[in-house]
Design a protein around this ligand. Structure first.
Ligand SMILES: Nc1ncnc2c1ncn2[C@@H]1O[C@H](COP(=O)(O)OP(=O)(O)O)[C@@H](O)[C@H]1O
Ligand SMILES: [Mg+2]
Length: 247
């Protein structure tokens, strides 16, 4: 469904991504895990058309999308939930949910889609007429995910949904995303800083650090977490040898 090759992004003298290759199959849940500053958000911005890569290719459903304007990429069926849970605090939950649909040429399905999504996010229904700024962090995370789904994406990019949320709420967010995948044929690409949850919820994992993919594989093969920790923290063979040689 999504295929990225040789992707390179720089911000002035800073190299954010170098030679990144990644693919996502339809209806997979794929996680990109890496420390702060690894390049995760840049990768999602590049897919969604928010930054201009120096090199590489991005193909979505067989069509090159690199260089397309963000609104055209969204129209292909890709939606990004940026990190930080940006809601319009003084607008109601309802207004926040519909805000992305006002510019749509055909919004006949918007009301029915909102109704369908509220089945997945019942808390939002309870908070329907309240200002979004008064919601808890978890409710705001659900709101931004629901809002991103209002454009009917087939591929949802979710940037660090668990940041700052209690573990129980994070589980709810993930269980909801996986239900949407199962029942609405959604494909998921998710950024996280911690791999622990990804070991439970994803099909495949990419570990990114310093703008490079250092490890990727099926989650069941990475289950013990050791290879991920090595890639994540940058232990190399020499460091290991030094550790083993130490008294
Ligand atoms: N707008 C920007 N201008 C300059 N440097 C940036 C910008 N955004 C990100 N960077 C740098 O690019 C690298 C990757 O950042 P980012 O993609 O945000 O990583 P992550 O999401 O994994 O924390 C970091 O070194 C960061 O400081
Ligand atoms: Mg980030």
């Amino acid at each position: 469904m999504l295929e990225i090759k040789g992707l390179a992004v720089s911000y002035g003298a800073t190299t954010a991504l170098a030679g990144v290759a990644l693919h996502v199959e339809a209806q997979e849940a794929v996680c990109v895990v890496g420390p702060n500053g690894a390049g995760k958000s840049t990768l999602m911005a590049a897919i969604a058309g928010g930054v201009s890569p120096r090199a590489g290719s991005i193909t979505y459903e067989g069509k090159p999308i690199l260089g397309m304007r963000p609104e055209n990429i969204a129209r292909q069926g890709i939606s990004l939930v940026p990190e930080g849970r940006h809601v319009f605090g003084t607008l109601t939950v309802e207004e926040n949910l519909f805000i992305g649909t006002y510019a749509m040429a055909d919004r006949r399905h918007a009301a029915a889609d909102a109704e369908m999504l509220l089945g997945y996010f019942p808390r939002l229904k309870e908070r329907w007429r309240q200002p979004a700024g008064r919601l808890s962090g978890g409710e705001q995370q659900m709101l931004v995910i629901a809002r991103a789904l209002m454009t009917r994406p087939r591929l949802l990019l979710v940037d660090e949904p668990s940041l700052g949320l209690a573990p129980k709420i994070v589980d709810t967010v993930y269980e909801t995303l996986l239900s949407l995948r199962r029942e609405r044929q959604l494909t998921l690409l998710i950024n996280e800083q911690s791999s622990e949850r990804m070991l439970r919820f994803s099909d495949r994992i990419y570990v990114i650090r310093n703008g490079r993919i250092l490890l990727h594989g099926r989650t069941e093969e990475l289950r013990d977490g050791e290879a991920i920790a090595r890639a994540y923290f940058g232990f190399d063979d020499k460091a290991d040898a030094a550790l083993e040689a130490a008294p």
